[in-house]
Ligand binder design. Structure first.
Ligand code: F6R
Length: 607
């Protein structure tokens, strides 16, 4: 998505600070980028570049910014209009006095644009954003906050808008609805950003703006209006343990985050499961358990949706509660039957995914019980849910979700055990799962030791143009997640299927150039998966087995990636790591940017 960054402070620092801020935000959206800086002499410089922020940096190298003290910058994920310099933000008003950056979508932009064109305004881009700056200029009444209230009244949609005025460069002002935005306070500087983590190391404290807030920041003061009133927003201190995420010895964040999975799986259960007494601890879940929940609906998108699908298996099998899982993009517009004995769980790594957030708000408006499984504390979904489990995965920089996924699944497992122990879960099963959870970090570490073997198999198939990912039950969900990783990282078409379902049509696609991965770590369905692999082999299709070391049907597979299994309920944690590495190595082999795959963005704040 698009991301905004603003700075006001010392002369000479604006361009450097804004560019550095954009680089820290870049993983979240990266089609193109632009900055605008101003100085007290009413000079205004706008520089834009298609592609990575580095392209923009190169363009700014020869410019003397020594007098520029304020600036705004933007990384773009195209919604309206192609990836061109003209469509890059910032956008200027007709007179060149006002300048804007925007994250979101102005839904009634076409109508506003027509009105402005009729008044003589000339547009230079195809974006929805440009209307906001012309409109601001058109209705400017000499007061930034007052004009902003009028602008907000005319716009429909989602927005985080940040403006500068060339003629008075001592302030930054704007508004937000639906798009994240924080004000950051350094010792002698003020910042605006879509993500406070881009400000770690620069600020002492920050304010998370709420929907509808209109703000104006100067070096000495700030005003936030909500409606017509001054809003009293809490200034939050940046925690001492919050650090800028470094790559260390890893070549990219994706690999680093894959290798962090043993540790995050310790963190997610810390204080929640006491392995010495086999007891579970959570005041939040105790409260949920007392609600007498009879049904659960899980709402999420993408990888988080896959975590929800595994959550369904755990909740149904261990807690004996029926579960629906709905992608948030669909949930939002479908008929809902909210009842007091139903729990709605919203899953999101970023905590900002607009469809998931909107779905949550709809359920809340109908007085439903909402619960968040979120990675980012302070994010919009975490705040709106008010209760839930943090996944404790730490900042995930790689756009393809890895460590966040396993911790989401871990939260579902914990929730299912917690509700299960109150709902008749068999004690032996409970103990068996707790014992296996204790072994999880080590089991994942040993998968990571097979990285080289996984790379060899992956590279053998790297030039294939299609893949099937197959499995049953829990392992079908892992097939779906593995398939998504391959698509997003390597740009190779793949489909996930129940291995039993393939013969009902799609097996027609199988030939010697169409490999399949069979996710088959053991358990009662394992022989059935092996039979499906036989059927593919009989038609000349190579099958890569993701299998247990002692699998008796090894001979069915053209290639195998073997691992030491845990109990079948927990094998998905191990299998997904293999599939993350499989996709990673193919993508790397093909020269893809694994941290920032094309067309994607780390958090999806537009519909
Ligand atoms: C894929 C991926 C996406 C996200 C999806 C939801 O690797 O990361 O599919 O899972 O965009 O995002 P969150 O979890 O932030 O709500």
């Amino acid at each position: 998505m698009c991301w905004v960054f603003g700075y006001i402070g010392a002369p000479g620092k604006a361009a450097r600070e804004v560019l550095a801020g954009l680089q820290r935000l870049e993983y979240r959206g990266y089609d193109s980028a632009g900055i605008c800086v101003i100085n007290p002499d009413k000079n205004l410089e706008v520089i834009k570049a298609v592609g990575k922020v580095n392209n923009l940096k190169v363009k700014t190298d020869s410019i003397d910014f020594s007098t520029y003290h304020a600036g705004i910058g933007h990384t773009r994920w195209a919604t309206h209009g192609g990836v061109t310099e003209a469509n890059c933000h910032p956008h200027l008003s007709q007179s060149g006095r006002f300048v804007v950056i925007h994250n979101g979508i102005i839904e009634n932009y076409a109508e506003l644009r027509d009105e402005l064109i009729a008044k003589g305004y000339v547009f230079h881009s195809e974006t929805d954003t440009e209307v906001t700056v012309h409109l601001f200029e058109d209705i400017f009444d000499g007061d930034y906050l007052s004009t902003m209230t009028k602008l907000v009244a005319k716009m429909h949609g989602a927005y985080g808008l940040v403006f500068l005025d060339r003629d008075n460069g001592n302030q930054i002002f704007g508004t937000k609805k639906g798009s994240p935005m924080v004000l950051g306070f350094g010792k002698t500087e003020r910042y605006i950003s879509s993500d406070y983590r881009s400000l770690i190391g620069l600020i002492d404290d920050y304010i998370i703006l709420e929907d509808g807030d209109i703000f104006l920041v100067t070096l000495d003061n700030y005003t936030i209006l909500s409606g017509w009133q001054d809003a009293d927003r809490t200034r939050q201190i940046v925690g001492e343990d919050e650090k800028v995420v470094e790559l260390g010895d890893f070549p990219n964040f994706m690999l680093k985050e894959v290798f962090e999975q043993p540790r995050v799986l310790e963190d997610v259960f810390r204080g929640r499961i006491d392995f010495s007494s086999n007891s579970l601890h959570s005041d939040t879940l105790e409260h949920i358990a007392m609600l007498g929940i009879k049904k659960v609906t899980i709402v999420a998108s993408g990888t988080s949706y896959h975590a929800g699908l595994l959550g369904k298996y755990y909740l149904e099998e261990l807690s004996n509660i029926p579960v629906d899982v709905v992608v948030s993009t669909e949930f939002k517009y479908k008929k809902k039957f909210v009842s007091s004995d139903e729990l709605y769980i919203f899953v999101s790594q970023s905590g900002e995914t607009i469809d998931t957030l909107d779905s949550l708000k709809i359920v809340k408006e109908q007085w439903g019980h909402v619960f968040g499984i979120v990675n980012v504390p302070g994010s919009a979904i975490a705040r709106a849910a008010g209760q839930g489990l943090f996944t404790r995965a730490g900042t995930e920089v790689g756009v393809a979700s890895t460590k966040a996924f396993v911790t989401q699944v871990a939260c579902f497992l914990f929730l299912s055990l917690y509700l299960g122990q109150k709902n008749g879960l068999d004690y032996r099963k409970y103990r068996e799962i707790i014992d296996s959870i204790a072994k999880l970090p080590e089991a994942i570490s040993s998968i990571l030791l097979s990285n080289e073997a996984i790379r060899k198999v992956a590279e053998k198939y790297a030039n294939s143009t299609n893949f099937f990912y197959l499995g049953r039950a829990h392992e079908l969900v892992i097939a779906m997640e593995g398939s998504l990783k391959l698509k997003e990282l390597a740009y190779i078409h793949s489909e996930a299927y129940s291995s039993g379902e393939l013969k009902h049509g799609s097996i027609a696609l199988i030939d010697s150039d169409f490999p399949s991965l069979m996710i088959n770590g053991g358990g009662i369905l394992s022989p059935k998966n092996a039979s499906s692999a036989e059927e593919i082999r009989a038609r000349g299709g190579p099958v890569i087995g993701i299998i247990a070391k002692d699998d008796p049907n090894k001979q069915v597979y053209a290639d195998v990636i073997e691992f030491d299994p845990l109990i079948s309920e927990l094998n998905p944690f191990l299998e997904v790591v293999i599939l993350q590495l499989f996709a990673y190595h193919i993508a790397n082999f093909l020269g893809r940017d694994v941290d920032k795959p094309r067309n994607l963005a780390k958090s999806v704040t537009v519909e």
